[in-house]
Every structure is written in C-alpha cells, then in structure tokens.
Design a protein around this ligand. Structure first.
Ligand code: AMP
Length: 481
C-alpha cells in the first residue's frame, strides 16, 4: 500500500514526501479512506502507531475547500494535555506545509489575548484542550456552529484526567452534522458510551497496541532489593551498562516528588539530565521538551504526564524507575521507544513490593519480561523484604517516625491537639504510641515532640487552654483610657 492509493490531495502527498514517509502505517491505511468518505471513525490505537497523521492528512485534504470566518473555526482537535496539543500543532505545521490554512492553538498557561486575536482572524484548524476551549467559549470569543470536523484524541487519557463532562458539553455545542474522528488507546465502558452518544455509525478501526507491536522493543527487568537510594544506584548501573547505545532516554517515576529527587541525583552523578512533570509551568515544560528533542538533554526524568503522546521520534531507551501502578501505563511508557519501525530498549527496576504490579503488567501484555540477572528467587525476595522492613523499622524509630507522625497529626494549634476532643479510638492510639516513647524519651527531641502530642494525664475535661497558657497571654494588658 502506498499513500498515492489513499485519495489524499496533491498538496498533502507532496508534504508526506517532504516528511519522508514512504508507506502508510496500519492505522493510516485504514482510517484515511474512511475519513475521506466523510464517515465517523473510532480508531483504537496508541501513540507511536502514526495515528496523528491518520487524522491530520484527511483533515488537510478536506479543508482545502472553503475558508474560515472570524471566530468560527472549521475544525476542532481536542487534546488532553498542552504538550499533546502543541505536538499536533507541530505535526500540522509540517504536514500542512503546502497549505495556507490558519491554525490556532488554545491551551492553558498562555495568554488569552493572543489566542483571542487568532480566533478573531478565523481558524481553519483549532487545536485545544477542553478547559481552555470552554473558557474562550464562555467569554463569547468563539462560535462552534461552523465546525465541520471534530477530532477527539487520546480519549482514554481525557477520561483519566476527568475531562469527559467537558467533552460532552463541547460535543453538544457542535453542529450534529459534523464528522467525528475519535481516537483512544483503550475502550473502557465510559469511552464506549461516549462514542455511542456522539458518533454516527462510526467505522471502528483497531490496530495492534504497542503491547503486541512492541516486538522491536527489547524489554528487561532489573531487581532492586530496596527503594530510593538503592534504586538510584541500580538505575545508574543500568544506564552505564547501556552506555554507547543510549542516544537519549526517558526515566519514568510514579510520583512527581521522585522525579525531582531523581533529577537532582542524576545531575549530581554527572548525567546530562532534566525533569518533566506536571508541577512545572508551561514555559519550562516546553523548553525542556525542546531541549530533549534537539539532543541538548540526554536523560529526561519524567512523570506519567509526559508518558502519553510525547512525540520524540527516536527515544532510544526508556527506564522505568518505578513499576507503574496501572499496567496500561507501562504500555504507554514503553511506547515512547521503538516508534515507527525503529528499535527500542526498555528496562524496569522492580523491588519486592512491586512484584504484584509487575504481575499485572505481564498479565496485560501476555508476555513474560526477562530479568537481567535472572529472576529473583523466593529467598531473595523474602530477604530483601525482611531487610527493607527492618530498615523501615529502624528509620521509623527516628526521623521517619517523626515525619509520619507529623503527617498523621492534624494541623491544629497545639492547644487543640492537647485538648481531649479526639474520638475514643484516636485517644487510645495516641496513648499506645506515647506510652512507648515516654519510656525512652527523657532528653531526645523525639520525646519532646511526642510529649506534646500526649493527652493530659488525667481524664478530667480541660478548661480553657489547660496548663498550657501561652506566655504572650500572660503579659499585663494596659486598658485604653
Ligand atoms: P504518532 O503515533 O502519531 O505519535 O506518530 C509516531 C511517529 O511516527 C511520529 O514521529 C511520526 O512523525 C512518525 N510517522 C507517522 N506516520 C509515519 C509513516 N507513515 N512513516 C514513517 N513515520 C511515520
């Protein structure tokens, strides 16, 4: 199959040639002809399968006829994140190089004024995240009545992010006669329902997920007996074992906090690394991504915010610092490498605590992943688990315990913490805890902290602030004359 057989316009074919694509990917080969017939499409496909071009190419062809009017976009592409929206805009810029179509990008973290000016001029293609689109609509800067083509991309990601009510609102604002191209990596019931509600007799196209196309991705596991520091050491070993082969790598952590710690640690150990997670502002995220794309940054420590839709054509390595809690995330994460026919490598660090999450991944992907140094034996796992518990116990008697205690203690004024207003069970817990610490606490700071949490020795109700009247309240007061 060639692109010439897909009934795309001459201009689009020229842009495809300029982009260096020679053969349509399976999703392109199946979705493009259906879209060009004017039919709705449900494409079940992951990123990395070429799905962006599968909606961009027919859209460009169909938009060649007609012109946009002020504030009335002709097509709308909804994306769950700013990064994805920006990447689609880039894809359109490349594939639409032969066209004179106007593209507006409505994403959060960017000034409303510039976006409004673009809308005012009229947009052939509007790419937006749902929240920002509704904000503009609410301000009366946008009319949806001329939208002939709607693309909903990464619908399952929209679901994860709680955008389905926004999507429903938007769909109801659009003309019912529009054509809808709908893409999702998975089809949970909520997404299925959405397609039944808003699409008309769609053609369903399913292309194999990276879980099965991942034949080009070498997947490995590496055992780490413990968390954090040990994991960082294991990661460095993993990276060094691949040195020479690593062109660039994304290292995924489950939590933003760990991304920041890992980033610092990598830099400290001399790796050219940056961090990407949801707490960074839009400008920082874009700059980091750009640096990574250009090869100025080699290692990108990232949270799952970056997992879906990151279009960096040739990430050579993916390291999973943590086993993702949801097995689908594993598929999304490793989908960043081995894209569009290239070879990829991924290795995941697994601690005893994470064995269950690993089993869920292997069950989803229906494949056993190979361990780098052989599968850890039951004794290994038990011993690691025991050492970790002992370590946690040891830490728990010091700083760790203090911190956990702080987290658990409600943030109330001290006087209230001391007042016996807790539920009976809570009181019992505090007593049981404090009983131990009182014994060994004579002069440590831990003891002082615990003493502060102790309930009063008697069970008589405390009047006012009890014995703990703050000093400033005892100061004499001069009455105004
Ligand atoms: P996507 O699944 O849309 O994120 O695309 C993944 C990557 O594949 C992007 O870098 C595209 O530029 C590239 N790509 C898309 N279609 C083709 C094609 N037909 N041939 C080669 N590369 C492609």
């Amino acid at each position: 199959m060639t692109f010439n057989q897909l009934k795309l316009s001459e201009k689009v074919l020229a842009a495809i040639e300029a982009a260096g694509y020679t053969t349509p990917t399976p999703i392109q080969a199946q979705a493009i002809p259906v879209a060009l017939e004017g039919r709705d499409v449900v494409g079940i496909a992951q990123t990395g399968t070429g799905k962006t071009a599968s909606f961009v190419l027919p859209l460009l062809t169909m938009l060649e006829k007609g012109r946009a009017r002020a504030r009335m976009p002709r097509s709308l592409i909804l994306e769950p994140t700013r990064e994805l929206a920006a990447q689609v805009a880039e894809a359109i810029e490349a594939l639409g190089s032969q066209h004179k179509l106007t593209v507006a990008l409505l994403i959060g973290g960017v000034s409303f004024d510039d976006q409004e000016r673009k809308l005012e001029r009229g947009a052939d293609i509007l790419i937006a995240t749902p929240g920002r689109l509704l904000d503009h609509f609410g301000r009366g800067k946008l009319l949806m009545s001329a939208v002939d083509y709607l693309v909903i991309d990464e619908a399952d990601r929209m679901l994860d992010m709680g955008f389905i009510p926004d999507i429903e609102r938007i769909c109801k604002l659009l003309p019912p006669t529009r054509q809808t191209l709908f893409f999702s990596a998975t089809m949970p019931p909520e997404i299925q329902k959405l397609t039944e509600q808003f699409l008309r007799n769609p053609e369903q196209i399913r292309v194999s997920a990276p879980a099965t196309t991942a034949k080009l991705i070498t997947q490995k596991l590496k055992f780490s007996p413990a968390d954090s520091k040990m994991k960082r050491h294991v990661l460095r070993e993993l990276i060094r074992s691949e040195v020479g082969a690593v062109k660039n790598a994304i290292i995924f952590c489950n939590r933003k906090r760990d991304v920041a710690v890992l980033h610092k640690s990598l830099v400290k150990h001399g790796f050219n690394a940056a961090a990407l997670h949801g707490d960074l502002d839009q400008r920082q995220r874009m700059a980091t991504l750009e640096g990574f794309r250009k090869g100025e940054i080699t290692y990108l420590a990232a949270s799952d915010v970056a997992a879906r839709g990151l279009d960096i054509p040739d990430v050579s390595h993916i390291f999973n610092f943590d086993v993702p809690i949801s097995p689908e995330d594993y598929v999304h994460r490793i989908g960043r490498t081995g894209r569009a026919g290239r070879e990829g490598y991924t290795a995941m660090i697994v601690t005893p605590k994470e064995m269950k999450a690993l089993a869920a991944i292997e069950s989803l992907t229906k494949a056993k992943i190979e361990w780098i140094d052989g599968e850890p034996s039951t004794e290994n796992l038990a011993q690691a688990d025991f050492s970790e518990r002992r370590e946690r116990g040891r830490r728990g008697r010091g700083k760790g315990e203090r911190e956990e205690r702080k987290e658990a203690a409600p943030r109330q004024p001290q006087s209230q913490q001391q007042a016996p207003q807790q539920a009976p069970q809570q009181q019992a817990e505090v007593r049981a805890f404090s009983g131990k610490s009182r014994r060994r606490d004579k002069d440590s700071s831990v003891s002082r902290y615990h003493r502060e949490l102790l309930p009063p020795a008697t069970s008589a109700p405390v009047v006012g602030l009890g014995e703990h009247v703050p000093e400033f309240l005892k100061r004499p007061v001069r009455a105004a004359s």
